[in-house]
Design a protein around this ligand. Structure first.
Ligand code: F6P
Length: 533
């Protein structure tokens, strides 16, 4: 069985959607809400601790019907089956895509064994049984990695700070050594555990940082002490060994888990140390429940399917280029950077699964930030700018702190923003608000809000490890849905290779202080300016 390879624009549903788009592109959502007081009920899903309202989108029942037909014609159901069953759907790398196997109930032996190792390792570090070379307890854990080997654990560590134990967990990713220098200020090598996370163990940034940390460590502690202080998560045993990390300290990674989907594997080891194994398991459980929902639920009630289809609707028919994600929780500050990699490394592709150039738009630009801070930053553009930007609002019914008043204020803003985006404010309302003083006052026009701006609301019970797991899995599956419809391969990332190749040539030139390559005049001038400083 091969993975579906259907150009979506050749489907009957696509053609019908094009026609349908013409009939509704200028319609105002407020009209639909006025016409049908039950509109919200038609476009909402209650699933476990999640309430998803997608009624504030530019859709009618007919739109959804056609989008479901599009999913059917592009064989989304078959694609989901193939992914979960471990078919090599990442064809350009000849790999299966099985991050879902890391969290399923009946785990394979190697996954179960790794989880057991993670448990005993993290327990002993947390309980102070794992000692440093000089006999000190570990107080600080440093995760060295980049991209998927950094963003996931970092985001989740921030998101689940509330559940954190006494260990301080730090993240070092950038090849800019300033980051490492700042982290060193807070560390004592005798009480520090370093986890080098690199699937390939060849990533320049990570290996360079690992070397910087090794050098720093060896200034105080003899080489044999590395056993108690250096651990790695990698699929490249040979390189890890060469670096000086013994077999016992290597946690595996598998080629069927993509970097940006690897939080659920031993890549989450630093997180596991920081929040404890039980909480880590709850994160997996939440994701697993969402996997079941995605796999088994009819598309009409299927959260990731609906979110993915809405994205296609906006991207390919309304021609929107970006989507904003706005979590109303300070803990979720790392969510947008994490999702930027997940979405844009997956679906930023211009070649379809048949090997030809795609003749339509694919991956959207993902951006955003936490509310309410974002309201005082970029919301002006959302409300009165000229671009249509569908937004996801993510909020929680219950806070983790005890200050209900503050939570109500935060959530009042959360609800008000989606209402404002939908309803806007007419000129008549502005004039009425100003007691009808001089209706010819042109300043009034600046205070008008068009409204009719789309948003989707994800209202979740509380920010728990389990709910976070489900939330992340929603987005992972949304990415998959988009990729299937767009007929692209979501699980490779060839687009990051060229820059790496060119950087290694330039680095040689910089190191030798001599330009040997025939660079374009712009790059040559920049390099000369750098070298002459
Ligand atoms: O940026 C490309 C990439 O391959 C990502 O997909 C990955 O998450 C990151 O680099 C890190 O790779 P590694 O874990 O092999 O160091």
């Amino acid at each position: 069985m091969t993975f579906p390879k259907i150009n979506p624009t050749t489907t009957t549903a696509w053609k019908k959607l094009e026609k349908h788009f013409e009939t509704i592109k200028n319609k105002n959502m407020n009209f639909w809400f006025d016409q049908n007081p039950n509109r919200a009920k038609k476009f909402q899903i209650n699933w476990k601790n999640f309430f998803v309202d997608f009624s504030k989108n530019k859709i009618t029942e007919e739109t959804m019907k056609l989008l479901f037909s599009l999913a059917k014609e592009t064989k989304l159901k078959e694609a989901i089956h193939q992914q979960f069953e471990g078919f090599p759907i990442n064809e350009t790398e000849k790999r299966a895509v099985l991050h879902t196997a890391l969290r399923k109930k009946e785990k394979e032996k190697e996954v179960e064994e790794t989880l057991e190792r993670m448990k005993s390792f993290s327990d002993s570090v947390i309980e102070g049984k794992w000692r440093g070379f000089t006999g000190e307890k570990i107080t600080d854990v440093v995760n060295i990695g980049i991209g998927g080997s950094d963003l996931g654990p970092k985001m989740a560590m921030e998101a689940l700070q509330f559940y954190k134990n006494h260990l301080n967990v730090h993240f070092v990713s950038n090849v800019d050594a300033d980051q490492a220098a700042e982290v060193f200020k807070r560390l004592n090598p005798e009480t520090t555990l370093i986890i080098v996370v690199s699937k390939s163990f060849t990533t320049l940034e990570t290996i360079n940082n690992a070397k910087i940390f090794r050098k720093w460590f060896l200034k105080t502690i003899p080489k044999k002490g590395m056993m108690q202080h250096f651990v790695t998560v990698s699929s490249n045993l040979e390189e890890a060994n060469k670096f000086g990390i013994g077999k016992k300290n290597i946690f595996p990674m598998w080629d069927w888990v993509g970097g940006r989907f690897s939080l659920w594997s031993a890549v989450g080891l630093s997180l596991c140390c920081g929040i404890g194994f039980n909480n880590f398991c709850k994160l997996l459980e939440g994701a697993q429940e969402m996997d079941e929902h995605f796999k088994n639920t009819d598309f009409k009630e299927n959260i990731p399917v609906i979110l993915g289809l809405l994205s296609v609707w906006y991207n390919n028919f309304f021609e929107v280029e970006t989507e904003a994600i706005i979590p109303y929780s300070h803990y979720l500050e790392g969510l947008v950077p994490y999702l930027q990699q997940a979405f844009m490394e997956s679906n930023g592709k211009n070649i379809c699964r048949n090997g030809e150039a795609v003749p339509y738009q694919t991956g959207n630009i993902i951006w955003g930030s936490t509310g309410s801070n974002a309201q005082h930053a970029f919301f002006q553009l959302l409300h009165q700018g000229t671009k249509m930007i569908p937004c996801d609002f993510i909020g929680f019914k219950k806070s983790l702190h005890q200050d209900q008043q503050s939570h109500d204020m935060l959530m009042a803003n959360f609800f008000a923003q989606t209402e404002a985006l939908l309803k806007g404010k007419s000129k008549a309302e502005v004039i009425a608000e100003n007691n009808h003083k001089n209706p010819e006052n042109t300043l009034y026009t600046y205070k008008v809000f068009e409204g009719n701006k789309p948003s989707t609301t994800l209202l979740i019970d509380q920010l728990t490890p389990k709910n976070l797991g489900s939330l992340l899995a929603i987005y992972e599956h949304k990415i998959f849905v988009q990729g299937v419809i767009w007929n692209i391969f979501s699980y490779d990332q060839w687009g990051v290779e060229l820059g790496k190749q060119l950087a290694s040539v330039i680095y040689e030139n910089l190191k030798n202080k001599e330009i040997t390559k025939d660079f374009d005049s712009s790059t040559a001038a920049l390099l000369n300016a750098y070298l002459s400083s």
